[in-house]
Design a protein around this ligand. Sequence first.
Ligand SMILES: C[S@@+](CC[C@H](N)C(=O)[O-])C[C@H]1O[C@@H](n2cnc3c(N)ncnc32)[C@H](O)[C@@H]1O
Length: 172
Amino acid sequence: MVDPVQPKINNDISPKFLRWAGSKTRVIPTFMEVVPTFNTYHEPFCGSCALFFSLAPQSATLSDANPALIRTLKAVRDHPDAVYERLLCFEWSEAGYYRIRDQGIEDDDEVNLAAKFIFLNANCFNGIFRLNKAGKFNVPYGGHRAGRCPSLERLTEASRLLKNGGDIAGRF
Ligand SMILES: C[S@@+](CC[C@H](N)C(=O)[O-])C[C@H]1O[C@@H](n2cnc3c(N)ncnc32)[C@H](O)[C@@H]1O
């Protein structure tokens, strides 16, 4: 049996734990200057939830057409410790990436699914989410930019904000 290769833990302060193609991360400072006062925050194409995590709203609805993403957000909200423990069991290397990619993201267990989703997201090329016609995740390994595992503190803070924000829906 191969010893798991330990991940590099990403200890950035922000609770955003996914990379996402088209993420608003870079324009968050500009957005933060113009966000009006609001009661409930609605993000219909939430992806990595970059603005949500920066605003940390007391009431929010997050939606996305990607069911695996929605299940991942719910699993991190409800079981951040278990998701983190599962992440540490993976082999954080190119070979480990292709092994999990070959298994596929689908899993009946919410924690396993979330861990695989976050692992593939952390290690794939540019944080792209792409399925082939057969529904298999087929993004290549991300090379030198791959391999940053969200810290337990980050997932715990994400869980707290997702609980605060409340409503995570499958499709807007
Ligand atoms: C560019 S990403 C959003 C990035 C996000 N704002 C961020 O900062 O990470 C677009 C998202 O829209 C979702 N999406 C695309 N079409 C959709 C639809 N018809 N309904 C709901 N979500 C959709 C995709 O799954 C994807 O996660």
